[in-house]
Design a protein around this ligand. Sequence first.
Ligand SMILES: Nc1ncnc2c1ncn2[C@@H]1O[C@H](COP(=O)(O)OP(=O)(O)OP(=O)(O)O)[C@@H](O)[C@H]1O
Length: 599
Amino acid sequence: MRPVGSKYLLEEPLGRGATGTVWRARQRETAGTEAAVPGQPGETVAIKVLKEELANDADVVMRFLRERSVLLRLTHPNIVRTRDLVVEGDLLALVMDLIDGPDLHRYLRENGPFTPVAACLLTAQVADALAASHADGVVHRDLKPANVLLAERDGQMHPMLTDFGIARLADSPGLTRTHEFVGTPAYVAPESAEGRPQTSAVDIYGAGILIYELVTGRPPFAGGTALEVLHRHLSEEPRRPSTVPDPLWTVIERCLRKEPAERPSAENLARGLRTVAAGIGVHSTAAQIEAAEGVGALLAPDPAPAQVPDAPGAADSTQVLPSGGSVPSYDPAAATSVLPQTGAPGGADLPGADPTAVMPPVPPRPEGAPGTPGDSGRPEDPHPWQSQLQAARDRNEQTQIQYLDPSEDPLRRRPTRQSQQPPQSQPYQQQPPQAQPYQQQPPQPYQHQQASQAPQPYQQPQPQPQRPARRRSQRQAPPAPQQYAPPPQQQQYAPPQPPPEQRRQPEPRPPREPREPRRRSANPMRIPGLGCLKGCLFTIVLLVVAGWLIWELTPLQDWVAQGKGYWDAIGDAVTAVSDWVSELGGSDPGTGAGTGTGQ
Ligand SMILES: Nc1ncnc2c1ncn2[C@@H]1O[C@H](COP(=O)(O)OP(=O)(O)OP(=O)(O)O)[C@@H](O)[C@H]1O
């Protein structure tokens, strides 16, 4: 067992991510007043020990210290609480509450997709966590299923968002140099990929991807190389799976808007998702259905989204440690100065200067240049890959680091936008009948359920068939008798069994196999016109053989020996043949003469 500081002992690793390893650990003694949770000796905690290269990076250490107060004060029922931050020698560690449960990525992999209702209710709680952190000026920037842990409490599962601030801590020029891409593209918001300033709307985009993945089992833009996926985020509209009900698709589509200002605020997202869950649930009333159909009206954007201060141009790029002048004095405990909530990055009263900047990886802008690439709207404006794309690390695909040739940089050659894919035309009522009744859907859990919904303890969401959605014209009709019932029994983790309609869904196109190199002839040299030459040679050989056969098998040799001319020889040959034919005619049995006269 390895000690961490004087207060904790690492016991066993729980998992390894791109930024460090998480350990189950034990508290040795009560932590000091600097810890948010002093804890008791013997208490079990989780400790994320950041990678050595992060811990050895002076910038990261500075950020770590600076963000201490932000991380420690983030408390919400759906946020994994950070209890303490330890800096000791080469070691940087975050002490967290230990969550006894799988993360959502693993859960999805093992159990298959969620029903739309379960996905809505779960994501609504994640949106609650985002709303709380955004209100505090903190943007997660790394929202993905792997960062949502499922805590089991009183037989119910609660999504707990973790890794807050890690994306910010890991933003370091030492880790990611220009022209290197680090991250998992599947969860990168278009503005992040494009180097535009990031706001809390990147988390809403992440939430949109999360819901999509929960109901389909895969993110909307995945497969292929990192660059291909980035292209798709920038230029493709997400395809609507046939199993997603109208109101839920409205929510997903709004979250996945390319333009951040068109995405809903986290608070409105949570409200919208609960409205949808109530309206597509098994016990939905006509009014709830109606409300769900009109969910678009609830999804208003955030008028003052929290800014990510490290956005290009938001910071004084050369600042290592804050100095005097226009830069405010450095205050490690200045919680409110870490992430300005409104105004331009860096704060409206401090143009161009980010009080939290330690060493942002942005080169200094020439005087008079616009503050951010977004200001000019020119995608070719310089932007650091490292601070734009690092927010998307993913355990499943593992962090990818690949050389990016500037000439291949898709962001410098913005692809032309494709026409929007029309939503799947198949109306819900035309879907094939569901193979399984709805009562096998996972129970609808969650503390935040609407009162109108029948309380259903959340057990383990299982892969389920989707309920056929209602036709719009049916909205006015009185609700059909509820054919569905809550699950009669608890369902344990089952082996992943995608529901039939999931199986019927078109599979993502497999990455194209690299074409086999063309086979060449034994002669590796390419000789232009060789094919034609070969034909000619073959014809010559044929002629020579034919000539030789004629010479050998015909009386040509004799004729030549007799010194006959060509036409004489031909004439003689014709005469000989005609004589022979007439001889044959003379031996006709009908004439009485025969060839056997000589016998
Ligand atoms: N507070 C916690 N309690 C219990 N397990 C945890 C806790 N935090 C993380 N884990 C587990 O530890 C493993 C690694 O977590 P980590 O956050 O390092 O992964 P990651 O999200 O891929 O990392 P990164 O964000 O650095 O790419 C995961 O399997 C996760 O379930």
